[in-house]
Design a protein around this ligand. Structure first.
Ligand code: ADP
Ligand code: MG
Length: 303
């Protein structure tokens, strides 16, 4: 304390102050060897004492860290790091090894586009699929065949997966699409009712682009068909052409729905502007061409 008081009373130049605080910081032998390892002239280092202390503190956090959940650094997963740049010093935020591993583990997710689908579906995986009820087994078996035959010239059909609310339909198909993503196969999961609303509202903006993207994406899930507010426009100008294109180009297409195909046919036939059984029938025919029909009725897993 005495030393500090004396120091405060001294008429010193800025240069001396910088030197002083650097020397003080170097009382800690670990800090000293940290800065020495940078191999930079002390005259330069002493201009950065507080930043170097910050970087050193972050490195100390990392030494005992067991994972991202316990990260104490300013930017979680990143380490404030000094670098030698010629004979000067610069600082950057570098990802720690846990962050690098996490990004690597999830890098396949760039192959899946979600449109109003909960983010949790990005983590759906085969290994976590519930196997507690036998009703899922035919679906799992179908997925295995799908994966085994996807590389063939004639691509396998998708599924029309219907059944009760919350039984895990979306989750199961998300698990398959994640598996495909790990093999660099792109897909899109589209919450169909919202997608229609969006297309309607963006008619003059990105309408063409979105519509074409959905038509052409290698693997598509139309989620919750039958829950939309149907109009002749969405049935005949949107859904119909999407399905026709995908049929013509053998592009695997999945559907989930709370309705059976028969119920969906009734739904598609009744729009606010009247009944049109022929047009509804035509859509159902396309869905049948594109998919195998499987059911998943099970307990509601939503919490
Ligand atoms: P559905 O599409 O049939 O209405 P979801 O796929 O949305 O049902 O599933 C309902 C909830 O249960 C979701 O939160 C989902 O994450 C969870 N879930 C469903 N199936 C599984 C599973 N096999 N493993 C882990 N979580 C699941
Ligand atoms: Mg669903």
């Amino acid at each position: 304390m005495q030393a500090v008081k004396e120091y405060m009373n001294l008429k010193t130049t800025d240069q001396d102050q910088l030197k002083r605080s650097f020397i003080d910081a170097c009382q800690d032998p670990n800090f000293k060897s940290f800065v020495q390892s940078l191999n930079i002239d002390e005259k330069i280092l002493m201009r950065y004492t507080s930043l170097l202390e910050e970087a050193f503190g972050e490195l100390e956090h990392c030494q005992n860290c067991k994972g991202l959940a316990m990260c104490q650094n300013k930017v979680p997963g990143y380490l404030f790091t000094p670098q030698k740049a010629k004979n000067a010093l610069s600082f950057s935020y570098d990802a720690c090894h846990y962050e690098v591993e996490k990004n690597h583990a999830h890098s396949y997710q760039k192959y899946i586009d979600l449109y109003d689908i909960p983010e949790e579906m990005k983590d759906a995986s085969f290994k976590d699929l519930y196997r507690d009820d036998k009703k899922r087994l035919p679906i799992i078996k179908y997925f295995k065949t799908f994966l085994d035959t996807y590389d063939q010239e004639e691509k396998p059909k998708g599924l029309y997966l219907h059944g009760s609310f919350g039984s895990g339909k979306t989750y199961m198909i998300a698990a398959l699409l994640n598996e495909l993503a790990k093999r660099n196969i792109s897909s899109a999961m589209v919450y169909f009712p919202e997608f229609l609303r969006h297309l309607k509202s963006s008619f003059h903006e990105d309408y063409e682009e979105k519509f074409n993207y959905i038509r052409k994406v290698p693997v598509l899930l139309l989620d919750d068909v039958g829950a939309e507010n149907l109009t002749p426009w969405s049935r005949d100008e949107i859904l119909g052409p999407i399905l026709q294109y995908r049929m013509d180009h053998h592009l695997p297409t999945f559907f989930t729905s709370n309705l059976t195909l028969e119920e969906l046919e009734t739904h598609l036939g009744n729009t606010a502007s009247g009944v049109d059984k022929v047009k509804a029938r035509r859509i159902i025919e396309r869905i049948k061409q594109l998919t195998c029909d499987l059911e998943l009725v099970s307990a509601n897993r939503r919490v």
